[in-house]
Design a protein around this ligand. Structure first.
Ligand SMILES: NC(=O)c1ccc[n+]([C@@H]2O[C@H](COP(=O)([O-])OP(=O)(O)OC[C@H]3O[C@@H](n4cnc5c(N)ncnc54)[C@H](O)[C@@H]3O)[C@@H](O)[C@H]2O)c1
Length: 342
């Protein structure tokens, strides 16, 4: 990738909910490279509260601000990703949209085609593959030192019980259950490491979160190169132990990455401290990484701005993000035919 120019990106952010401070923190650490012009939320009070602390303007209707910015971050409920992305692209903005790209494949395709036709950057925010620890994990899994990779086993253990779930509770807004909304954090990493999918199945159940879709899901995936992927995901965990863990099983060692919040992620959000470790266990045990890296969106946000500056294709562009929802929707369909998902 060519060296990016040092222009200041004028950014508007749409949606001032839980994930907002993570994006604001990433943009602020980029210094003069990015300036947040406005924050928009249909709940103006929420936008005002966040805007005040960062010296940006608060607006209720993002349409009013589109002519003042070069790029928008869309941090909205999933059913709004498609219409709002299209509006922003057509207004001449580059777009970073939170995961998943959209609720249907037809919506995802329209977003990708529109961005390409208008020559705008469209990137979907799947943060994990951009984290430095994940790059190290991939290198360890595929680099050959531990032999051939044959299994990837991911676990996300989260507790949303007792939480006011709002739009997340409705399938029409979320797109499904936990497997649609959040297991893709693991699926995106697995597709990035293992490549094209041959077959995928899922099962889901309800374990206590007040929502229409499944709050607990497991899946098994066979990749074309022979690797097996397994995901397990709980949104109704009695206690979140390890937030994100993935093991790459190779011929000579298990390589396990764990990212653990050291506080309460749901309530502390962006200020929650973390511990991340990668350990390779074979004949001996090697600690490959031990640091406080957590859900830091800086690498993801920087990649987006680099792609805008150099007119390069983001790693998680519309085509890549479409593959994730295609896998999920096909697995849902198969599970429904077997009555394996509520
Ligand atoms: N990367 C991650 O780990 C991660 C974590 C959490 C959420 N997310 C994603 O971020 C996105 C937002 O999730 P969240 O948890 O912040 O949700 P949230 O419910 O906390 O916030 C959504 C905000 O959007 C606002 N909103 C709704 N409709 C609007 C409209 N028409 N115009 C303007 N504002 C509107 C709401 O008032 C609310 O403030 C989702 O795509 C979600 O999947 C990603």
């Amino acid at each position: 990738m060519a060296t990016p120019s040092l222009k200041t990106h004028r950014i508007g952010i749409i949606g001032c909910g839980w994930i907002l401070p993570f994006h604001v923190s990433a943009l602020q650490s980029l210094g003069p490279r990015a300036k947040i012009i406005w924050l928009a939320d249909s709940n103006l009070e929420r936008a005002e509260k966040s805007a005040r602390s960062i010296g940006a303007r608060a607006i209720a209707d993002y349409r009013e601000g589109l002519s003042e910015v070069d790029a928008v971050f869309i941090l909205l409920p999933h059913h709004l990703h498609h219409p709002v992305t299209l509006e922003c692209l057509k207004a001449g903005c580059d777009v970073l949209v939170e995961k998943p790209i959209a609720i249907t494949l037809a919506e995802a395709d329209e977003m990708t085609v529109t961005a390409e036709r208008l020559g705008r950057t469209l990137m979907v925010a799947y943060p994990h593959r951009y984290r430095p620890c994940m790059q190290l994990f991939k290198e360890a899994a595929l680099g050959g030192k531990y032999g051939r990779l044959f299994m990837l086993d991911g676990l996300m253990d989260e507790s949303l019980q007792g939480y006011a779930l709002g739009w997340i509770a409705k399938k029409a807004f979320l797109g499904g259950g936990v497997f649609f909304s959040s297991s893709p954090h693991m699926l995106d990493v697995m597709l990035w490491i293992a490549g094209e999918v041959r077959a995928a199945s899922m099962v889901g159940t309800k374990a206590g979160a007040e929502m229409e879709g499944e709050d607990t899901a497991a899946s098994v995936i066979k990749f074309q190169n022979g690797v097996i992927g397994v995901t397990r995901h709980m949104w109704a965990s009695p206690k979140s132990r390890i937030w994100f863990t993935m093991t790459a099983v190779c011929e000579k060692a298990h390589i396990t990455l764990t990212t653990t919040p050291m506080g309460d992620l749901a309530t502390e959000g962006c200020s929650c401290p973390w511990k991340t470790r990668i350990v390779a266990v074979g004949k001996t045990e090697e600690v490959l990484l031990d640091n406080d890296e957590g859900l830091d969106l800086l690498p993801e946000v920087k990649h987006f701005l680099d792609c805008v500056d150099t007119k390069s294709k983001p790693q998680t562009d519309g085509h890549t993000a479409r593959k994730v929802i295609e896998l999920v929707l096909n697995a849902y369909q198969e599970a429904e035919s077997r009555k394996a998902n509520p």
